[in-house]
Design a protein around this ligand. Structure first.
Ligand SMILES: [Zn+2]
Ligand SMILES: [Zn+2]
Length: 178
């Protein structure tokens, strides 16, 4: 099973910072949403403490395309990059739908539009349950999504993710149980 580690808990005030996560599943080492943070060290230092240099990261997942969740992608020079419709590495753009795609045996992507129409959720199967990295929630306190492109889809996809996961890792806050 995969190992989930929170690298940085994001926030929306003051400033804006992304929640950044690390997942290890065998030889696959994944960073989710390396976006805006106060300093790149808040991503790189905890990674190093976990035994993962930036050059050893194999995959990066973007929950969606907003810069607050993508800005530090270039820290990971050897990774391939996943979004809702493709995988990117170097000059290669490989189309594929994200729905059901497995980054590794215990790391799966599903399409969960709502905040934007390009939203995906990363489902991580760990020994203690399923963790969902997703921007369907900003954090554990903000009830709705004031910037949702499609609030109806957001609601439907929240229900879907609740049925699949035990822990939510939101876009801008600490993980919480559901
Ligand atoms: Zn966003
Ligand atoms: Zn965001």
């Amino acid at each position: 099973m995969a190992r989930f580690e929170l690298l940085f808990a994001g926030y929306v005030t003051p400033g804006v910072a992304s929640t950044v996560s690390y997942v290890e599943d065998g030889d696959i080492r994944v960073v989710v949403d390396p976006g805006m943070v106060p300093d790149r060290a808040v991503i790189l230092d905890p990674l190093r403490a976990l035994g993962a240099e930036s050059s050893s990261i194999t995959d990066v997942v973007f929950s969606h395309h907003h810069p607050d969740h993508t800005l530090h992608a270039a820290l990971f020079e050897n990774a391939q990059f996943h979004d809702h419709w493709a995988i990117y590495q170097g000059d290669r753009w490989t189309d594929r739908p994200a729905e059901g795609f497995r980054v590794s045996p215990d790391v799966q992507l599903i399409e969960t539009p709502g905040h934007t129409l390009q939203d995906i959720t990363t489902l991580v199967t760990t020994p203690s349950g399923v963790v969902a990295c997703t921007h369907l929630w900003w954090n554990g306190d903000i009830e709705g999504d004031p910037r949702a492109t499609n609030p109806e889809l957001l609601g439907l996809n929240r229900e879907r993710v609740k049925s699949l996961a035990n822990v939510i890792v939101p876009g801008h806050g600490a993980p919480f149980e559901i």
